[in-house]
Write a protein that binds this ligand. Structure first.
Ligand code: PLP
Length: 339
């Protein structure tokens, strides 16, 4: 799609094809070759590729913003680079060097800069993927890998700007067990969530809240966003036990709450019962940014927070974070990288 064909004022989180993408390759037990920018298009893969047969692959997700002063900037891309490297390791894929990852991301954003919406319209979602492209019929790491970065202009993740979302706790499905791959962005983690998420949406909920797989008592995550509860001056979020994805947004929200708002942040287990008694609850992630939770359904009952309005702390955190991301407030932590 040409940039002038994009309806920037009505973007959703669906995919819009852009001009180009980045492609790099790596043979097993060797170094990643530096890749190149090529026109966006289909790939050719062997049916025996390990990504198709065993789901050997991962993804990352980040955003590039177009500031009012015309500058283009990304939020903490080096954190995504580090997480991708860790995820590679867990999935038996050759680690992408941080410089290669960042260089690829910047090149694609620059080459597709005409597709970046203004901050009131949305952002350019940047999607790096790494996967086993070589053939392998036995269950073993691939002989060849691909690293691709593509982009898509997106609007707000949850429809209806900062309207609090309705969530439902699921007792029928788990996202990730301890010692599994929940802590990395493995592609295989996400398909199992499509069914519960789809069922929840049919019932009018935006997403499901997953509980821990061992005791089914403690809150883990909200679909693909991290969970937070506010109780007085305390901010509580599930600790990173290995089954929870270490979100860059999560890490940033914790820092803002501690250093800018003087809150006591507790990273620990939080039961559903405790969460239901919180003053405010919200979830955070690249796509959702900071999304207030208006109500949670648990065992058939909807419990409303802040009369279904945005809580004060949630609102303040949203403003702090988006202020930095949209280039409107001072970037005291050096989080933004100009492209
Ligand atoms: C990506 C993701 C998040 C959010 O991580 P960010 O780095 O903040 O975007 C949270 N939970 C899951 C399961 C995810 O996949």
């Amino acid at each position: 799609m040409k940039p002038n064909e994009v309806d920037f004022d009505n973007l959703t989180f669906s995919f819009t094809e852009t001009k180009s993408m980045y492609v790099a390759k790596c043979k097993q037990n060797s170094e990643w070759e530096s890749g190149e920018i090529v026109p966006f298009g289909n790939l050719s893969l062997s049916p025996a590729a390990t990504v198709l047969n065993y789901g050997q692959g991962l993804f990352e997700g980040m955003k590039a913003y177009r500031w009012e002063n015309g500058k283009i900037a990304m939020f903490r891309p080096e954190r995504n680079a580090r997480r991708a490297a860790k995820s590679c390791n867990r999935l038996s894929m050759p680690e992408i060097p941080e410089e290669l990852f960042l260089d690829a991301v910047k090149k694609v954003v620059r080459d597709n800069s005409d597709y970046i919406p203004s901050t009131t319209q949305g952002a350019l979602y940047v999607r790096p993927i790494i996967f086993g492209s070589g053939e392998g019929v036995g269950v073993a790491p691939s002989t060849e890998y691909m690293f691709i970065v593509y982009v898509s202009p997106v609007g707000p993740y949850f429809k209806g700007k900062l309207k609090p979302i309705k969530l439902v706790v699921t007792n029928d499905y788990h996202r990730a067990p301890l010692k599994g791959t929940g802590g990395v962005k493995a592609i295989g983690n996400y398909v199992p969530g499509m069914l519960p998420s789809g069922l929840a949406k049919k019932d009018g909920y935006a997403e499901v809240i997953y509980l821990d797989a061992a005791e089914e008592k403690y809150i883990e995550e909200v679909g693909a966003a991290n969970f937070f509860a506010v109780k007085g001056k305390n901010l509580i979020t599930p600790e990173l036990t290995g089954s929870i994805l270490p979100g860059v947004t999560r890490e940033s929200v914790i820092k803002l709450a501690r250093d800018k708002m003087g809150m006591e942040v507790e990273e620990r287990r939080i039961s559903v019962e405790e969460a239901l008694e919180a003053d405010e609850v919200f979830c955070a992630g690249t796509a959702a940014i900071v999304a207030p939770i208006g109500s949670i359904n648990y065992k058939g009952e909807d419990l409303t927070f802040c009369d279904g309005e945005i809580g004060e702390v949630t609102n303040e955190l949203y403003n702090y974070l988006t202020g930095i991301q949209f280039g409107k407030s001072k970037d005291d932590f050096g989080w933004m990288t100009e492209i």
